[in-house]
Design a protein around this ligand. Structure first.
Ligand code: OSB
Ligand code: MG
Length: 390
Protein backbone atom coordinates (compact mmCIF):
# COMPACT_ATOMS: atom_id res chain seq x y z
CA UNK A 1 0.00 0.00 0.00
CA UNK A 2 1.77 3.22 -1.05
CA UNK A 3 0.01 5.29 1.58
CA UNK A 4 0.52 3.24 4.72
CA UNK A 5 -0.13 5.23 7.88
CA UNK A 6 2.80 6.98 9.52
CA UNK A 7 3.90 6.26 13.05
CA UNK A 8 2.27 9.23 14.75
CA UNK A 9 -1.11 8.67 13.10
CA UNK A 10 -1.41 4.99 13.98
CA UNK A 11 -2.25 5.64 17.61
CA UNK A 12 -5.46 4.13 18.95
CA UNK A 13 -8.33 5.84 17.18
CA UNK A 14 -11.84 4.56 17.87
CA UNK A 15 -13.59 2.88 14.96
CA UNK A 16 -16.92 4.38 13.91
CA UNK A 17 -19.92 2.31 12.92
CA UNK A 18 -21.10 4.22 9.88
CA UNK A 19 -24.88 4.35 9.77
CA UNK A 20 -25.41 7.28 7.41
CA UNK A 21 -23.61 9.42 4.85
CA UNK A 22 -25.01 12.64 3.43
CA UNK A 23 -23.44 14.63 0.64
CA UNK A 24 -23.75 18.34 0.00
CA UNK A 25 -22.69 20.22 -3.09
CA UNK A 26 -22.21 23.87 -2.15
CA UNK A 27 -21.93 26.89 -4.40
CA UNK A 28 -20.01 29.46 -2.37
CA UNK A 29 -19.50 32.96 -3.75
CA UNK A 30 -15.95 34.36 -3.97
CA UNK A 31 -14.96 37.95 -3.20
CA UNK A 32 -13.05 38.01 -6.49
CA UNK A 33 -12.35 35.41 -9.18
CA UNK A 34 -9.34 33.19 -8.47
CA UNK A 35 -7.24 33.09 -11.63
CA UNK A 36 -4.27 30.80 -12.21
CA UNK A 37 -2.75 29.45 -15.38
CA UNK A 38 -4.72 26.20 -14.93
CA UNK A 39 -7.99 28.11 -15.07
CA UNK A 40 -10.37 30.56 -13.49
CA UNK A 41 -12.60 29.92 -10.46
CA UNK A 42 -15.60 32.26 -10.21
CA UNK A 43 -17.69 30.40 -7.62
CA UNK A 44 -16.31 27.83 -5.22
CA UNK A 45 -18.47 24.82 -5.93
CA UNK A 46 -17.35 22.28 -3.37
CA UNK A 47 -18.54 18.89 -2.11
CA UNK A 48 -18.71 18.07 1.60
CA UNK A 49 -19.77 14.89 3.36
CA UNK A 50 -21.46 14.26 6.70
CA UNK A 51 -20.97 10.85 8.26
CA UNK A 52 -23.16 9.66 11.12
CA UNK A 53 -22.15 6.84 13.38
CA UNK A 54 -22.39 5.80 17.02
CA UNK A 55 -24.30 8.97 17.86
CA UNK A 56 -21.60 11.29 16.51
CA UNK A 57 -21.33 13.31 13.35
CA UNK A 58 -18.19 13.84 11.29
CA UNK A 59 -17.60 16.29 8.46
CA UNK A 60 -15.24 15.93 5.52
CA UNK A 61 -14.40 18.15 2.57
CA UNK A 62 -13.55 17.14 -0.98
CA UNK A 63 -11.11 19.77 -2.21
CA UNK A 64 -11.70 19.18 -5.96
CA UNK A 65 -12.17 22.48 -7.80
CA UNK A 66 -15.38 23.29 -9.73
CA UNK A 67 -13.68 22.19 -12.97
CA UNK A 68 -11.18 19.39 -13.54
CA UNK A 69 -8.28 21.70 -14.40
CA UNK A 70 -5.76 21.52 -11.61
CA UNK A 71 -6.34 17.78 -11.08
CA UNK A 72 -8.53 15.19 -12.82
CA UNK A 73 -11.31 15.62 -10.25
CA UNK A 74 -14.11 18.18 -10.25
CA UNK A 75 -16.44 19.03 -7.37
CA UNK A 76 -19.59 17.73 -9.12
CA UNK A 77 -17.82 14.69 -10.57
CA UNK A 78 -16.47 13.69 -7.16
CA UNK A 79 -19.88 14.37 -5.59
CA UNK A 80 -21.40 11.88 -8.04
CA UNK A 81 -18.65 9.32 -7.41
CA UNK A 82 -19.10 9.70 -3.64
CA UNK A 83 -22.83 9.10 -4.06
CA UNK A 84 -22.61 6.13 -6.42
CA UNK A 85 -19.32 4.40 -5.74
CA UNK A 86 -17.33 5.43 -2.70
CA UNK A 87 -20.03 6.28 -0.15
CA UNK A 88 -21.98 3.00 -0.52
CA UNK A 89 -18.83 1.02 0.31
CA UNK A 90 -18.71 2.52 3.80
CA UNK A 91 -22.37 2.31 4.82
CA UNK A 92 -22.91 -0.19 7.61
CA UNK A 93 -19.21 -0.79 8.16
CA UNK A 94 -17.20 -0.19 11.28
CA UNK A 95 -14.16 1.80 10.20
CA UNK A 96 -11.10 3.34 11.75
CA UNK A 97 -9.96 6.51 9.92
CA UNK A 98 -6.80 4.65 8.87
CA UNK A 99 -8.86 1.98 7.08
CA UNK A 100 -10.93 4.33 4.89
CA UNK A 101 -8.56 5.23 2.05
CA UNK A 102 -7.08 1.70 1.75
CA UNK A 103 -10.64 0.34 1.40
CA UNK A 104 -11.40 2.86 -1.34
CA UNK A 105 -8.26 1.99 -3.28
CA UNK A 106 -9.39 0.11 -6.36
CA UNK A 107 -5.91 -0.62 -7.53
CA UNK A 108 -2.48 0.46 -6.34
CA UNK A 109 -3.53 4.14 -6.31
CA UNK A 110 -6.61 6.06 -5.20
CA UNK A 111 -8.36 6.90 -8.46
CA UNK A 112 -10.22 9.79 -6.83
CA UNK A 113 -7.89 10.96 -4.06
CA UNK A 114 -9.91 14.08 -3.25
CA UNK A 115 -13.21 12.19 -2.93
CA UNK A 116 -11.57 9.45 -0.86
CA UNK A 117 -9.93 11.98 1.42
CA UNK A 118 -13.31 13.63 2.10
CA UNK A 119 -14.58 10.34 3.53
CA UNK A 120 -11.36 9.84 5.47
CA UNK A 121 -11.71 13.31 6.99
CA UNK A 122 -15.35 12.70 7.94
CA UNK A 123 -14.64 9.35 9.62
CA UNK A 124 -11.62 10.88 11.37
CA UNK A 125 -13.72 13.83 12.55
CA UNK A 126 -16.41 11.49 13.94
CA UNK A 127 -13.80 9.29 15.58
CA UNK A 128 -11.99 12.23 17.20
CA UNK A 129 -15.26 13.75 18.38
CA UNK A 130 -16.25 10.46 20.02
CA UNK A 131 -13.33 10.91 22.41
CA UNK A 132 -13.28 14.74 22.38
CA UNK A 133 -9.80 14.79 20.85
CA UNK A 134 -8.58 17.54 18.55
CA UNK A 135 -7.08 16.84 15.15
CA UNK A 136 -3.98 18.75 16.24
CA UNK A 137 -3.40 16.50 19.25
CA UNK A 138 -4.01 13.34 17.16
CA UNK A 139 -1.48 14.52 14.58
CA UNK A 140 1.01 15.30 17.30
CA UNK A 141 1.03 19.00 16.46
CA UNK A 142 2.45 20.83 19.42
CA UNK A 143 2.37 24.42 18.14
CA UNK A 144 -0.64 26.58 18.96
CA UNK A 145 -0.27 28.74 15.85
CA UNK A 146 1.31 28.59 12.40
CA UNK A 147 2.67 31.47 10.31
CA UNK A 148 0.06 32.89 7.95
CA UNK A 149 0.55 32.85 4.20
CA UNK A 150 -1.70 34.21 1.48
CA UNK A 151 -1.96 33.67 -2.24
CA UNK A 152 -2.61 36.16 -5.04
CA UNK A 153 -4.14 35.10 -8.35
CA UNK A 154 -3.31 36.39 -11.81
CA UNK A 155 -4.65 39.93 -12.19
CA UNK A 156 -3.59 43.34 -13.41
CA UNK A 157 0.06 43.74 -12.24
CA UNK A 158 -0.49 47.20 -10.72
CA UNK A 159 -3.49 45.96 -8.75
CA UNK A 160 -1.56 42.87 -7.67
CA UNK A 161 1.28 44.97 -6.24
CA UNK A 162 -1.22 47.18 -4.39
CA UNK A 163 -2.99 44.09 -3.06
CA UNK A 164 0.33 42.58 -1.98
CA UNK A 165 1.10 45.72 0.03
CA UNK A 166 -2.38 45.63 1.64
CA UNK A 167 -2.03 41.96 2.56
CA UNK A 168 1.40 42.59 4.08
CA UNK A 169 -0.19 45.36 6.16
CA UNK A 170 -2.83 42.84 7.34
CA UNK A 171 0.03 40.87 8.86
CA UNK A 172 0.94 38.28 6.25
CA UNK A 173 4.66 37.57 6.22
CA UNK A 174 4.50 35.38 3.15
CA UNK A 175 2.90 35.88 -0.25
CA UNK A 176 2.42 33.26 -2.95
CA UNK A 177 1.95 35.03 -6.25
CA UNK A 178 0.64 33.34 -9.39
CA UNK A 179 2.77 33.92 -12.47
CA UNK A 180 2.76 32.82 -16.10
CA UNK A 181 4.71 33.80 -19.23
CA UNK A 182 4.33 37.54 -19.84
CA UNK A 183 3.09 38.08 -16.32
CA UNK A 184 6.11 37.45 -14.18
CA UNK A 185 9.43 39.32 -14.18
CA UNK A 186 8.14 42.86 -13.75
CA UNK A 187 5.47 41.77 -11.32
CA UNK A 188 7.92 39.87 -9.13
CA UNK A 189 10.46 42.68 -9.11
CA UNK A 190 7.79 45.29 -8.32
CA UNK A 191 6.52 43.24 -5.38
CA UNK A 192 10.07 42.65 -4.16
CA UNK A 193 10.82 46.39 -4.42
CA UNK A 194 7.65 47.29 -2.50
CA UNK A 195 8.13 44.58 0.15
CA UNK A 196 11.87 43.91 0.57
CA UNK A 197 11.51 41.61 3.58
CA UNK A 198 8.43 39.54 2.76
CA UNK A 199 8.75 35.78 2.14
CA UNK A 200 7.91 35.78 -1.57
CA UNK A 201 6.95 32.57 -3.34
CA UNK A 202 5.79 32.27 -6.95
CA UNK A 203 3.50 29.61 -8.40
CA UNK A 204 3.26 29.01 -12.15
CA UNK A 205 1.07 25.89 -12.11
CA UNK A 206 3.34 24.41 -14.75
CA UNK A 207 3.00 27.30 -17.22
CA UNK A 208 6.63 27.38 -18.45
CA UNK A 209 8.30 25.12 -20.98
CA UNK A 210 11.90 23.93 -21.07
CA UNK A 211 12.79 26.84 -23.41
CA UNK A 212 12.04 29.24 -20.54
CA UNK A 213 14.66 27.93 -18.07
CA UNK A 214 16.85 31.05 -18.37
CA UNK A 215 13.80 33.25 -18.03
CA UNK A 216 12.74 31.41 -14.86
CA UNK A 217 16.27 31.91 -13.51
CA UNK A 218 16.03 35.63 -14.25
CA UNK A 219 12.74 35.80 -12.34
CA UNK A 220 14.35 34.03 -9.38
CA UNK A 221 17.14 36.65 -9.50
CA UNK A 222 14.50 39.24 -8.46
CA UNK A 223 14.84 37.81 -4.96
CA UNK A 224 12.27 35.01 -4.82
CA UNK A 225 12.22 32.62 -1.86
CA UNK A 226 10.57 29.60 -3.52
CA UNK A 227 9.12 28.74 -6.94
CA UNK A 228 6.18 26.34 -7.10
CA UNK A 229 5.66 24.09 -10.12
CA UNK A 230 7.41 26.27 -12.73
CA UNK A 231 7.20 23.52 -15.37
CA UNK A 232 4.47 21.08 -16.28
CA UNK A 233 4.72 17.88 -14.31
CA UNK A 234 5.67 15.90 -17.41
CA UNK A 235 8.60 18.26 -18.05
CA UNK A 236 10.94 16.74 -15.48
CA UNK A 237 14.10 17.54 -17.45
CA UNK A 238 13.43 21.26 -17.23
CA UNK A 239 13.01 21.11 -13.45
CA UNK A 240 16.19 19.01 -13.09
CA UNK A 241 18.12 21.48 -15.22
CA UNK A 242 16.84 24.49 -13.30
CA UNK A 243 17.80 22.85 -10.00
CA UNK A 244 21.29 22.16 -11.40
CA UNK A 245 21.72 25.76 -12.56
CA UNK A 246 20.56 27.11 -9.19
CA UNK A 247 23.11 24.90 -7.44
CA UNK A 248 25.89 26.32 -9.64
CA UNK A 249 24.78 29.93 -9.31
CA UNK A 250 26.86 30.61 -6.22
CA UNK A 251 23.77 31.88 -4.36
CA UNK A 252 21.91 29.75 -1.83
CA UNK A 253 19.50 27.78 -4.04
CA UNK A 254 15.81 28.38 -3.44
CA UNK A 255 13.39 25.45 -3.23
CA UNK A 256 11.84 24.40 -6.54
CA UNK A 257 8.55 23.17 -5.13
CA UNK A 258 6.45 20.40 -6.67
CA UNK A 259 2.67 20.72 -6.42
CA UNK A 260 0.65 19.11 -9.25
CA UNK A 261 3.42 16.54 -9.83
CA UNK A 262 2.83 14.68 -6.57
CA UNK A 263 -0.38 12.70 -6.10
CA UNK A 264 0.94 9.96 -3.80
CA UNK A 265 3.80 9.00 -1.51
CA UNK A 266 5.16 6.97 -4.42
CA UNK A 267 5.22 10.07 -6.63
CA UNK A 268 7.08 12.00 -3.92
CA UNK A 269 9.72 9.29 -3.58
CA UNK A 270 10.18 9.09 -7.36
CA UNK A 271 10.54 12.84 -7.84
CA UNK A 272 13.06 13.02 -5.01
CA UNK A 273 15.11 10.16 -6.47
CA UNK A 274 15.13 11.78 -9.90
CA UNK A 275 16.05 15.19 -8.50
CA UNK A 276 12.93 16.88 -9.93
CA UNK A 277 12.09 18.94 -6.84
CA UNK A 278 13.83 20.55 -3.89
CA UNK A 279 10.61 21.36 -2.02
CA UNK A 280 7.09 20.00 -1.85
CA UNK A 281 3.61 21.46 -1.45
CA UNK A 282 1.57 18.90 0.47
CA UNK A 283 -2.18 19.10 -0.09
CA UNK A 284 -4.16 16.46 1.81
CA UNK A 285 -6.80 16.13 -0.92
CA UNK A 286 -4.35 15.87 -3.78
CA UNK A 287 -2.31 13.11 -2.11
CA UNK A 288 -5.31 11.05 -0.93
CA UNK A 289 -5.95 12.23 2.60
CA UNK A 290 -4.53 13.61 5.79
CA UNK A 291 -2.82 10.34 6.67
CA UNK A 292 -1.02 10.25 3.32
CA UNK A 293 -0.14 13.92 3.84
CA UNK A 294 1.47 13.06 7.19
CA UNK A 295 3.40 10.21 5.54
CA UNK A 296 4.75 12.54 2.90
CA UNK A 297 5.55 15.14 5.55
CA UNK A 298 7.54 12.49 7.44
CA UNK A 299 9.42 11.64 4.26
CA UNK A 300 10.24 15.31 3.65
CA UNK A 301 11.45 15.71 7.21
CA UNK A 302 13.62 12.61 7.01
CA UNK A 303 15.19 13.85 3.77
CA UNK A 304 15.52 17.48 4.87
CA UNK A 305 13.22 18.55 2.03
CA UNK A 306 11.38 21.85 2.68
CA UNK A 307 7.60 21.30 2.76
CA UNK A 308 4.66 23.68 2.62
CA UNK A 309 0.99 23.02 3.43
CA UNK A 310 -0.90 23.79 0.23
CA UNK A 311 -4.38 25.32 0.04
CA UNK A 312 -7.30 24.61 -2.29
CA UNK A 313 -9.63 27.55 -1.62
CA UNK A 314 -11.16 25.38 1.10
CA UNK A 315 -14.01 26.21 3.43
CA UNK A 316 -13.18 26.73 7.09
CA UNK A 317 -13.45 22.93 7.45
CA UNK A 318 -10.61 22.13 5.07
CA UNK A 319 -8.65 25.15 6.19
CA UNK A 320 -8.76 24.14 9.87
CA UNK A 321 -7.47 20.70 8.88
CA UNK A 322 -4.67 22.31 6.87
CA UNK A 323 -3.66 24.54 9.79
CA UNK A 324 -3.41 21.57 12.18
CA UNK A 325 -1.32 19.67 9.62
CA UNK A 326 0.90 22.69 9.02
CA UNK A 327 1.80 22.67 12.70
CA UNK A 328 4.00 19.57 12.16
CA UNK A 329 7.62 20.61 12.29
CA UNK A 330 8.62 19.41 8.83
CA UNK A 331 6.62 22.27 7.31
CA UNK A 332 9.52 24.66 7.06
CA UNK A 333 8.06 26.86 4.30
CA UNK A 334 5.01 28.95 5.15
CA UNK A 335 1.83 27.38 3.76
CA UNK A 336 -1.38 28.69 2.18
CA UNK A 337 -2.66 29.51 5.64
CA UNK A 338 -5.05 32.40 5.31
CA UNK A 339 -8.60 32.39 6.64
CA UNK A 340 -11.08 30.79 4.22
CA UNK A 341 -12.67 34.25 4.02
CA UNK A 342 -9.68 35.51 2.03
CA UNK A 343 -11.48 33.97 -0.95
CA UNK A 344 -14.95 32.89 0.18
CA UNK A 345 -17.68 35.48 0.67
CA UNK A 346 -19.87 32.88 2.44
CA UNK A 347 -18.83 29.80 4.37
CA UNK A 348 -20.80 27.49 6.66
CA UNK A 349 -17.74 26.88 8.86
CA UNK A 350 -16.39 29.25 11.51
CA UNK A 351 -13.25 30.75 10.03
CA UNK A 352 -9.63 30.58 11.07
CA UNK A 353 -8.42 33.56 13.02
CA UNK A 354 -5.46 35.61 11.82
CA UNK A 355 -3.56 37.62 14.42
CA UNK A 356 -0.06 39.07 14.38
CA UNK A 357 0.79 37.22 11.21
CA UNK A 358 -0.21 33.83 12.59
CA UNK A 359 -3.17 31.46 12.35
CA UNK A 360 -4.51 29.78 15.49
CA UNK A 361 -4.87 25.97 15.29
CA UNK A 362 -8.26 24.57 16.35
CA UNK A 363 -7.92 22.91 19.76
CA UNK A 364 -11.50 21.69 20.21
CA UNK A 365 -12.78 18.20 19.42
CA UNK A 366 -12.50 17.01 15.83
CA UNK A 367 -11.21 18.65 12.69
CA UNK A 368 -13.04 21.98 12.95
CA UNK A 369 -15.82 23.69 14.91
CA UNK A 370 -19.43 22.85 13.91
CA UNK A 371 -20.82 24.45 10.73
CA UNK A 372 -23.70 26.91 10.69
CA UNK A 373 -26.56 24.71 9.42
CA UNK A 374 -28.51 27.69 8.06
CA UNK A 375 -25.61 28.86 5.90
CA UNK A 376 -25.03 25.27 4.80
CA UNK A 377 -28.68 25.00 3.79
CA UNK A 378 -28.67 28.32 1.97
CA UNK A 379 -25.70 27.51 -0.27
CA UNK A 380 -26.48 23.84 -0.93
CA UNK A 381 -27.33 23.27 -4.59
CA UNK A 382 -27.44 19.50 -4.51
CA UNK A 383 -27.88 17.03 -1.73
CA UNK A 384 -27.91 13.30 -1.49
CA UNK A 385 -28.28 10.61 1.14
CA UNK A 386 -26.00 7.71 0.34
CA UNK A 387 -27.65 4.33 0.47
CA UNK A 388 -26.26 0.84 0.38
CA UNK A 389 -25.50 -0.48 -3.06
CA UNK A 390 -28.67 -2.27 -4.36
O1 OSB B 1 -1.63 25.77 -7.33
O2 OSB B 1 -1.49 25.99 -5.26
C1 OSB B 1 -2.19 25.94 -6.26
C2 OSB B 1 -5.80 26.75 -5.39
C3 OSB B 1 -6.45 25.77 -6.09
C4 OSB B 1 -5.73 24.90 -6.86
C5 OSB B 1 -4.34 25.00 -6.93
C6 OSB B 1 -3.69 25.98 -6.21
C7 OSB B 1 -4.43 26.89 -5.45
C8 OSB B 1 -3.85 27.99 -4.73
C9 OSB B 1 -4.70 28.63 -3.68
O3 OSB B 1 -2.79 28.46 -5.01
C10 OSB B 1 -4.05 28.69 -2.40
C11 OSB B 1 -5.03 29.00 -1.33
O4 OSB B 1 -5.98 28.21 -1.10
O5 OSB B 1 -4.87 30.01 -0.67
MG1 MG C 1 0.43 25.42 -6.64
Amino acid sequence: MPNSPASHVTGPTPAVQISGIELFLLDLPLHEPFVASHGETLTRTIAVVRVTGDGVIGWGECSALPAATYTAESAAGSFAALADKLGPRLIGRTMTPQAVVPLLFDGPEVALPMAASALEMAVLDASLRSTAQSLASWLGTTRATVPAGVSLGLADPGETVAKAVDLAAEGYNRLKVKVQPGHDLELASAIRAALPDIELQLDANGAYGAEAIDHVLAIIECGIDAFEQPFAKADERAAIELIGLLAQSGRPPIPVVADEAVESTKDAIGLLERGVMTGLSIKPGRVGGLIAAVNIHDLCRAKGLPATAGGMLETGLGRHALAALAGLDGFTLTGDLSPAGRWLAADPWPDLVLGQGRIAIHQGPGVAPDPDEDVLERFTVERCRVSNAP
